[in-house]
Design a protein around this ligand. Sequence first.
Ligand code: AVJ
Ligand code: FE
Length: 447
Amino acid sequence: MTESQLEPEHLRAVIARELTGARQRTALLTDSVDEADLVRQHSPLMSPLVWDLAHIANQEELWLLREVGGRDSMHPEIDPLYDAFEHPRSERPTLPLLAPGEARAYGHEVRGRVLDLLDRASFTGTRLLGDGFAFGMIAQHEVQHDETMLITHQIRGGAPVLSAPSPAPAPADAFRLPAEVLVPGGAFTMGTSTEPWALDNERPAHTVEVAPFYLDTTPVTSGAYIEFIDSGGYDDPRWWTGAGWEHRQQARLTAPLYWQRDGGQQSGQWTRRVFGRQEPVRPDEPVLHVSWYEADAYARWAGRRLPTEAEWEKAARFDPATGLTRRYPWGNADPAASLANLGQVFLRPAPAGSYPGGAAPCGARQLIGDVWEWTSSDFGPYPGFEAWPYKEYSEVFFGPEYKVLRGGSFGVSPVACRSTFRNWDYPIRRQIFAGFRTARSATAELA
Ligand code: AVJ
Ligand code: FE
């Protein structure tokens, strides 16, 4: 969303396109499995897919038909079932949920009424309507659940049902890239007060001083991660924080989630399960499905550290040539297929060094798309934060128990991916499409 897209007729078209695109993906993710798979809980970490399906419709009804449109609840008796705060994920399969056909019909009915409302909407008068925010928030909510449902697909056992083309091989220069790039020190603008569809935790814009640092040019690859495994990284408490080592012991971590070593012998070939297919681990691909504890241990083993959230955002947004903080690594234009791997077009990250056109001014590649990147930072409010339009999106999660991830993955759609977008999860979680890159301070060297 850029300024020129805020003119009402353009905004109406953008909203219709985003809502329709999200629904196509939702349909694909839920029509591709049978009814038994839709209602089954594939992991206690995840909802049954049929819960996501009706929850998407219920949030759309709540925010667009009720809050914006002033209508009454269509089915008051089901509202509590789809309130994420009333029932944790593990409990959801025991609820009297709508059956798949009912959930689809409900979603279809809500969407029809929403498109009618959109035809007549003025995008003025209330804060929710301004710049079409409520519509943008609901489009983002649906694609966020599309990523959640894609995670459920990855967890799901059984025959593969999803397929996608492979990303192009890395460009020739990928092998000549410097391992790290310098991000100059100084102030930059973190967060945003102008991005129309930015969510509350991205606001407001504020100035942050960042000391000079070096950042990996690309996300850490599976090949590099295998070196950490092969050098005994999982068996050496020196590389792990206390809590990380305790978790590594208790969960018996030895490799990223979904990885397996053929024959179990020390030197065998690593394979991994990708949406139901077993395949060799590709050494040039960003490593995926590692916890914050593993990412942090790798970085220490490599003599480095995870970047802070502010460092990550500065690398992704700051242009030293102009002194300006931009929307994306490549500038202010919205994401395009040539710039970043987003939107479930591919069901895997592109090889490290891909997307030269999407590089940041500092030279870092793939900051947007491919894999969510763990940062060292806890999830907290920016100075001047205001919960809006509901506390349960961000505020209730602020605190040291969650770590921030940045940049989005191949599973997230462009509408919910910006250089200011903040994701968060527990440091033990590995089912999300998360990798990382490492950093080191440059201050000593410049002194
Ligand atoms: C921002 C991905 C952590 O899935 O819990 C979906 C997004 N919030 N519905 C989540 C969200 C409400 C959220 N994350
Ligand atoms: Fe939700």
